[in-house]
Design a protein around this ligand. Sequence first.
Ligand code: NAD
Length: 354
Amino acid sequence: MTKNIAVIRGDGIGPEIVGEALKVLDKVAELYGHTFNYTDVDMGGCAIDKYGDPLPESELKKCIESDSVLLGAVGGDKWNDVPGHMRPEKGLLRLRAGMGVYSNNRPAKIWKQLSAASPLKKSIVDEGIDFIIVRELIGGIYFGEHKTEGDTAIDILKYNEAEIERIGRIGFETAQKRNKKLCSVEKSNVLDSSRLWKKVMHKLAEEYPDVELSDMLVDNCAMQIVKNPSQFDVIVTENMFGDILSDEASMITGSIGMIPSSSLGATSCGLYEPIHGSAPDIAGKDIANPIGTILSAAMMLRFSFDMAKEADAIENAVSAYLDAGYRTGDIMSEGMIKVGCKQCGELIAERIGI
Ligand code: NAD
């Protein structure tokens, strides 16, 4: 298969971590007979320096025309004083809007080799943590009307059936590619929008008979994520609930450098990026952990290119690397072998397919 990937290296540690993810993708291409063509796209601070714009139209076009986008991270102190509309992060918002990605998918997975890094009790971690939160990204209370009248402030939470249905489909399809369990999270005991959410999810369930749908109130879900996270496979929820729950879920897994994410819209062209930022404090030192970006590339293969076995191969290689005792500084512990960013990428790439 041939796939065209837009590559945004970005700022800070971005170029370093993306370089390692490409190394891993190249190894997958070689072993599984695929061709990955990379098109470099300038976005963020580096684009401000080059064009005076964090994401010029010509760069956005390259992303929209690609089969998917792999992003490192953008931003840094150097651009702190530029006007708001010109900040590096504006490029990211423009990219998400331009690509029409309405679904943010963030896995919460604990690697057994790093279980000591979780703030949860060992007995809970030992049950396993491996689920994905599918969050609606461009609707709900963040995008409703906001106003303040005298001593009263109002924020409107609004969803229509079509908005719920399209994110619901992502939830069901994600579950189909995993363990076929979908938990729809809402607050239907109080909110009309949640009652509509629940109704649409159950109607959709008729089209996905292979997926087991359950409902959970958001307050209960917040408790269950720390009490019994192994019960979850895929959670689908609205924008604000997803924002809060996905941060809670990433905390229980340990290190920020390990977590990938994907954002998807109506087409298979997705945006894949680690959840961390450009880490200017460690940029250029070859000490960043590239695994969040490498796992983002694996998500791209699984969710945009339908390459499940290739994605499994990357995840297995990361696991084998951790088994062998290698650690970048952020996840280093006693008795382990300290490696840099480049070496981490190489050690994972050489474990693909073995
Ligand atoms: P950050 O995530 O960049 O860094 C937080 C801490 O985690 C730092 O100590 C950093 O060294 C460490 N860290 C992050 N990623 C790591 C990795 N892969 N390996 C090892 N350690 C890692 O957050 P911040 O310092 O608040 O933000 C720095 C810049 O990144 C800011 O300009 C911010 O706006 C931007 N940012 C960009 C994105 C994005 O591009 N999607 C997301 C968040 C923040």
